[in-house]
Design a protein around this ligand. Structure first.
Ligand SMILES: Cc1cc2nc3c(=O)[nH]c(=O)nc-3n(C[C@H](O)[C@H](O)[C@H](O)COP(=O)(O)OP(=O)(O)OC[C@H]3O[C@@H](n4cnc5c(N)ncnc54)[C@H](O)[C@@H]3O)c2cc1C
Length: 265
């Protein structure tokens, strides 16, 4: 099918883009999720605001120890970044699971976050990393945590006139090790469940789950147990209690345990 008619705008600056957004518009980033929705007429915006010419939104920088990812940064740029591999290895471990190289060449980090697909890998890794999401509209700035941003399947707290402009990832605690594992029936397909972990024994434990809920979920009780010295198998059991049914519980338990073991716990 072909998309329904829409107006097309391709601004060069963030300020211009923000002025163009309204209740009937939709921003276009890499188009890897939005274009199929337009073609099937599942999405029928009156106006598309193409972000691809806005160079100020595509960057990876380290400032005051934190990683700043411009929303328009291609997933492939994150995958190839030495800075990211050296300081935020969880992102480097996660990104090869996102679709195929062709998808990652066009797909953006911000698009993956804003689309909020329940099986998307980057939102789960960013949840484990305590990322902060910077949103802008004309005259307003908001900074949200993952649990404030992701509100349901394909649903975020973003308003129609707002753009996700940056993702800020704090530095990892000293000595932290990380791992991402998932189960997908075919490599490159969306996964059924997954787990991202960040652990520094005795100091820090973060476990984020994919597939236990419709949004990325932190397994707070399992994290506390790990900090108190629980074995990976016990923490994995506690994390799996958040999954909705027996099959998923078994899968989540196995994935969390594997992730913790890969991270050296
Ligand atoms: C064959 C195939 C396989 C895939 N497999 C996977 C997979 O295994 N795992 C996975 O995670 N993803 C997968 N994807 C999706 C891919 O990661 C997309 O790139 C991603 O979901 C959307 O990013 P995008 O830049 O293409 O955004 P677009 O498709 O352009 O936009 C997606 C949505 O986000 C909104 N949006 C985009 N940028 C912003 C912004 N800055 N502010 C506010 N709203 C914004 C758009 O309006 C739209 O609603 C796959 C895609 C394909 C085609």
């Amino acid at each position: 099918m072909k998309p329904a008619r829409f107006e097309y705008e391709a601004p060069y600056t963030l300020d211009e883009a923000l002025l163009l957004l309204d209740d009937d518009s939709r921003p276009l980033a890499g188009g890897q999720s939005l274009v199929p929705l337009l073609n099937f007429r599942i999405a029928r915006p009156a106006k598309l605001v193409d972000l691809n010419r806005i160079e100020e939104l595509a960057y990876l920088r380290r400032r005051a120890g934190a990683l700043h990812i411009g929303a328009l940064t291609r997933q492939a740029a994150l995958e190839r970044s030495r800075l990211v591999a050296d300081h935020w290895p969880l992102l480097t471990q996660t990104i090869p699971h996102v679709g195929h190289p062709q998808v990652r060449t066009r797909g953006t980090v911000g698009g993956s976050v804003a689309f909020a697909e329940p099986s998307a890998e980057l939102p789960v890794a960013l949840t484990a990393l305590d990322a902060r999401f910077h949103l802008r509209s004309t005259g307003n700035v908001r900074v949200l945590s993952a649990d404030q941003l992701f509100v349901g399947p394909l649903m975020t707290a973003l308003e129609p006139d707002e753009l996700l402009v940056e993702i800020e990832v704090p530095p990892l605690p000293a000595g932290a090790r990380t791992a991402f594992v998932e189960y997908a029936e075919t490599h490159g397909d969306f996964a059924i469940a997954g787990a991202a972990v960040v652990v520094a024994p005795g100091e820090h434990a973060a476990i984020a789950l994919m597939g236990a809920s419709t949004t990325p979920l932190r397994a707070a009780e399992a994290e506390r147990a790990l900090l108190e010295g629980a074995e990976p198998a016990r923490a994995a059991e506690l994390a799996a209690e958040l999954a909705p049914d027996g099959h998923r519980r078994a899968l989540v338990a196995a994935l969390v345990r594997e992730a913790l073991e890969r991270a050296g716990r």
